[in-house]
Write a protein that binds this ligand. Structure first.
Ligand code: ZN
Ligand code: ZN
Length: 577
């Protein structure tokens, strides 16, 4: 018997217990290095046999080479032992190759060993391996997993032969790390470079587009999916439904859903339901629930989240939300999670049941997070309940002392209640603690391009026209009786009134609206769509109600909380957001 016979035996799909072959190898002294490496790998894949791989390595491979070490390190992937074996390997000394480093980087990503990973990166640079595809992709994934998208992009830019796998990793990673603009630009670069796409790059790009509620981008990626034949894939189809749904194009989402009904999975069903839910369209959510159950699917936590948010967004009563949570428990045996509770708490708070909402937040089996307290705080602002607002702001700040939203909403609540001294105190506290408001960004899509604006932004190539348009709109609405709403937090106490007014007037969403109306590409009668990363401020909300009248256009704003549809001088949120 020789080693090639044993190697063939190992290759057969149903090896059974590799120890049998190992024993034969020892008995006949017919093993070679290659067989040993294979055994190490096999031992790591079978439950309970991992210790054999270490024993084999240390007793039967007298002169391990880099391949032997790599098999041992890979066998212990995702455990600290892999890193220890690597250090022993360096002591030999044996240097890692393009197979060793990716395996180690995967371990670092799994264990979130940032420092070790950084050392591996520098070692790979010294060895000239960092730009090679295997190591490069592993570095990319490592940085994405450690939430350092900037470093990941650095690696990506230095990679030499970027294939579809590298591009997919970059697009998916950027989308997961909330860098949708970068994800979409890498996707565009990939298409320009005529690199093939995969279901991962397409669904990653769709995820980015859906995070930005960028409906034109969804359409562009959709056509690309049709051309490449990936549109019939269930992962891509459900990403399309999610993207269209989040962009507010529920009918488009429904078309994709109906076309792919036979292959639809739970992700797709839930995405379709939450698309309707986001619009507060409760009837189709119910219709889909029945269909889904009829098709043999069992509703899960996400399904119920869609149902609950449909109730919330359609302004159903808090009792409706309570009833659904009770059904979820009793009829489906599902325990509500934090997000389900948050939905109920928000509904109670909105109905003015502030005390009930607070009691539930403290009694539920989860630690209340910022979203819970913020939803009650927002209701306090709306109801002008200064006492409760103080308490909620305090709780929010206990969770995160530099939460800018706590200061801003609390100060609005206090000013609604006329507690001006305290408003000044909150502002001072915010200033003393150097809390900065998160940078607001708004964007519009025209002619397949996304235009991003920040407050007072002067980077756009058509800034002159944009500011002139805004000026024109503002004077038109002032004639209709618009008055600026100044109660939003302004940082610089010293700035004079005129400057405050100007700052207010140059908010990102106003610039985006001015640009959108200037472009006028959306045919008359079709809505102008703006997306904002934060909550729309009260002044902009007021301004948009007026603009929808003077420009005679429907304006849809998707902010961090919900959809606002402004038309004929009113908004669908009925001033509650
Ligand atoms: Zn604003
Ligand atoms: Zn609104």
């Amino acid at each position: 018997m020789d080693s090639s016979y044993l190697n063939t035996l190992l290759e057969q799909s149903n090896v059974g217990d590799p120890r049998v072959i190992h024993a034969r190898a020892i008995r006949t002294a017919a093993a070679d290095r290659c067989l040993h490496h294979r055994l190490i790998t096999l031992y790591s894949k079978l439950p309970g046999l991992l210790p054999y791989s270490g024993r084999l390595f240390f007793t039967q491979i007298p002169f391990p080479n880099v391949v032997s070490w790599t098999s041992l390190i890979s066998a212990h992937s995702a455990s600290p032992a892999a890193l220890r074996h690597f250090v022993s390997m360096l002591r030999q000394p044996t240097l890692p190759n393009h197979r060793t480093l990716p395996s180690l980087l995967r371990t670092c990503a799994a264990l979130l060993c940032t420092h070790f990973g950084l050392s591996l990166h520098s070692l790979s640079v010294k060895l000239g391996l960092s730009s090679e595809p295997f190591t490069g992709s592993a570095l990319l994934n490592f940085y994405f997993k450690c939430r350092s998208p900037r470093d990941a992009l650095g690696v990506f830019d230095e990679m030499l032969d970027r294939d579809e796998v590298c591009y997919s990793a970059a697009i998916v990673g950027l989308a997961q790390n909330s860098r949708p603009v970068d994800a979409l630009s890498v996707f565009a670069e990939m298409r320009r470079g005529e690199i093939g796409s995969t279901i991962y790059s397409i669904s990653g790009a769709l995820r980015a587009a859906s995070e930005m509620a960028a409906m034109d981008q969804c359409g562009i990626i959709h056509s690309h999916a049709v051309v490449t034949g990936f549109d019939q894939n269930v992962v891509v189809a459900s990403a399309l439904i999610d993207g269209y749904g989040k962009s507010g194009l529920v009918l488009e989402a429904r078309r994709v859903f109906d076309e792919n009904l036979p292959i639809m999975n739970m992700v797709g069903w839930n995405a379709m339901m939450s698309g309707y839910a986001q619009q507060g369209d409760i009837e189709p959510v119910m219709e889909l629930l029945h269909k889904m159950e009829g098709g043999g699917f069992v509703p899960d936590g996400y399904t119920f989240l869609a149902i609950l948010s449909a109730c919330y967004n359609s302004a159903s009563s808090a009792e409706d939300v309570e009833r659904w949570i009770a059904r979820m428990r009793a009829d489906y045996g599902l325990e509500p999670g934090l997000e389900h509770y948050t939905c109920l708490i928000s509904a109670m708070a909105r109905a003015g049941r502030l005390e009930d909402a607070k009691r539930l937040a403290l009694a539920m089996p989860f630690e209340p997070d910022a979203a819970v307290w913020r939803s009650i705080l927002m209701a306090c602002r709306h109801l002008g309940d200064a006492d409760k607002a103080r308490e909620m702001a305090k709780r929010l700040l206990e969770l995160n002392p530099s939460d800018d939203s706590a200061y801003v909403i609390a100060s609005n609540a206090l000013s609604t209640a006329g507690e001006w001294d305290e408003v000044a105190e909150v502002r001072k506290a915010m200033k003393d603690r150097r809390v900065r408001k998160e940078v607001g960004q708004s964007w519009v899509e025209t002619r397949g391009r996304v235009h991003v604006f920040m407050a007072g932004d002067r980077r756009h190539e058509r800034r002159g026209e944009i500011y002139a348009k805004l000026e024109e709109l503002m004077s038109a609405i002032e004639q209709l009786g618009y008055e600026p709403i100044m109660d939003e937090m302004v940082h610089h106490e010293s700035v004079v009134e005129a400057e405050k007014r100007e700052r207010l007037q140059h908010h990102s969403e106003k610039l985006a609206a001015a640009f959108g109306l200037l472009e006028g590409v959306t045919p008359p009668g079709k809505a102008l769509r703006i997306v904002k990363n934060l909550r729309i401020c009260r002044d902009c909300h007021e301004v948009f109600m007026y603009i929808s009248r003077v420009a005679d256009r429907e304006i849809i704003v998707r902010d961090a909380n919900r959809y606002h549809r402004f038309s004929g001088g009113v908004c669908t949120c009925r001033d509650f957001w």
